[in-house]
Ligand binder design. Structure first.
Ligand code: CA
Length: 504
């Protein structure tokens, strides 16, 4: 009998599929991450059930939706007494470790449980010289976070008990805002990055939520996002921005002639002739800094794959690369996530397991991050407990689609109009052709009240005819049958998973 497979789950934070070269957007090169697609499978329709960090991580760890695990927002930490996939794997004789960004809360009630070894960043963590909480003890580690997480992962692999199978979660902080590349990568991407078609979106024919979101590159980016000196005592050249530092938005004035922006590392001064030139500067600087942080992740993935090759582990190790959600890279003029629109809803997902996954496979089936925990247990040959709400992706990996595969992903975002991004609360479903979104516009903190006073709205997108999601066809006569059917599917999905509708 073959020994049980090892599992390495590598997850980045806010890594959009468009910024992985095997997804074909052509804006950067990620040769090491791409190896997983070449030697395994790429999922084109894997989705997050709540497009922000903490809830996504809870869904992955527990195999449940957020109304079940009660991790609704960034402010609701996990109750670590709950069962999770690491606990099941450990009971099944696996050695388990989590290294990197946890972001499910701190202290005895929320720190990692189910892991033989854990070393995690507190909260968002810092890019340089981060603190880490390792088995309950806080330590400061000199260096760059991506390299540190990678080295700690390799060290754990080297020291493990080779008689037992292992489950390693290697969770990168990058490429999370503010995008701080390793100094050696600051010169990468000199040429301009292509601007997405929808960069100048006017948000017509969409729910009000799109227009109201404060996630615009032109208007809402902050000095620290772009590595710029902040005026009026915010920061100086050479000073490091720390999480929690005061941080203001970069202006977008109609007269830009007096605006001087200063690089916080090199003191280079930028001036502008027009508003367009300023927007172009913000977009290019954002994308380049973002892609440079990803360069380090790609190197890290290369080191882990090399380790598996050198130690005869490549054949019997399931390696997964994903991100806790997607991210807007200028589509609709935005950065950030939160929305059920495709760029932030889609998770990149690549998996390699040579014994079972045909090389170069691609799956167009719809799946979700709630499916990850059942997948790990399936590969480990352990039973999937009834409380888990997802389904194992293992058949999809083999190119088989189970008869009862629903091809429906459910999304719900609770943080109605958070002060930073002003994103509206919503829920909805996407199948292989259509996406239905209900903007119920109600605050999580005030159940039963509509503190924003916004009208509720519906959106329907035809993902085949309108992949850029520029036209809400909910009220179009020719789509009324589709609307009816999608509403039934939404209702059935909510019944199945036990989530409560709002004012339907
Ligand atoms: Ca994230």
């Amino acid at each position: 009998m073959n020994p049980k497979p090892n599992i390495i789950f590598i997850m980045a934070d806010d890594h959009a599929a468009r910024a992985i070269s095997c997804y074909g957007a052509g804006i950067n090169e990620t040769p090491n991450i791409d190896r997983l697609a070449e030697e395994g499978i790429r999922l084109n329709h894997c989705y997050v059930t709540n497009s922000i960090c903490t809830p996504s991580r809870a869904a992955i760890l527990t195999g449940t939706y957020n109304h079940v695990n009660c991790v609704f927002t960034l402010q609701t930490p996990i109750n670590n007494r709950m069962p999770n996939v690491a606990k099941h794997l450990r009971t099944g004789n696996y050695q388990t470790a989590v290294i990197g960004k946890w972001h499910l809360g701190e202290g005895k009630e929320h720190e990692p449980t189910g892991f033989d070894f854990w070393s995690v960043l507190p909260g968002q963590g810092e890019y340089f010289d981060p603190y880490m909480i390792e088995m309950g003890k806080t330590i400061e580690i000199p260096g760059y976070a991506t390299d540190i997480i990678s080295e700690k992962s390799l060290k754990w692999l080297q020291k493990r008990d080779t008689e037992k199978p292992f489950f390693l979660m290697c969770l990168h902080k990058a490429p999370h805002r503010e995008w701080e590349p390793h100094p050696k990568n600051r010169g990468l991407y000199q040429a301009d990055i292509a601007v997405p078609e929808t960069f100048d979106d006017n948000y017509k024919n969409r729910a009000r939520a799109a227009k109201e979101a404060k996630m615009r590159i032109k208007d809402d980016m902050k000095y620290s996002d772009l590595g710029l000196v902040q005026p009026e005592g915010g920061s100086e050249v050479g000073e490091r921005t720390r999480i929690g530092s005061i941080n203001r938005k970069i202006p977008n004035p109609s007269d830009v002639s007096n605006l001087r922006l200063i690089d916080k590392d090199t003191a280079e001064v930028f001036t502008f002739q027009s508003r367009e030139e300023l927007s172009h500067f913000k977009y290019q600087r954002y994308l380049k800094r973002y892609l440079r942080t990803i360069h380090s992740i790609d190197e890290s993935v290369g080191k882990i794959l090399d380790y598996l090759d050198d130690n005869g582990l490549a054949e019997n190790t399931l390696v997964i690369y994903t991100s806790d959600q997607g991210f807007f890279l200028g589509e609709h003029g935005w950065y950030d996530k939160r929305f059920m629109y495709e760029e932030s809803f889609q998770m990149p997902f690549l998996a390699r397991f040579p014994a079972e996954i045909p090389m170069g496979s691609v799956s167009e089936n719809v799946c979700c991050n709630v499916d990850f925990a059942p997948t790990f247990l399936d590969f480990a040959g352990l039973s999937i407990p009834n409380y888990m709400q997802g389904s194992s992706l293992r058949p999809l990996f083999r190119g088989e689609v189970p008869d009862d595969w629903s091809n429906i992903a459910y999304h719900r975002y609770w943080m109605h109009r958070d002060p930073d991004h002003n994103a509206y609360s919503h829920y909805g479903i996407r199948n292989q052709r259509y996406k239905l979104i209900y903007w119920y516009n109600e605050g999580y903190d005030l159940p039963g009240t509509n503190h924003g006073g916004e009208d509720r709205e519906w959106e329907l997108f035809d993902c085949e005819k309108d992949p850029l999601e520029l036209f809400n066809c909910y009220s179009q006569p020719e789509y009324q049958e589709v609307v009816k059917k999608m509403k039934i599917e939404l209702h059935e999905k909510m019944m199945e998973i036990g989530d409560e509708p709002e004012h339907l």
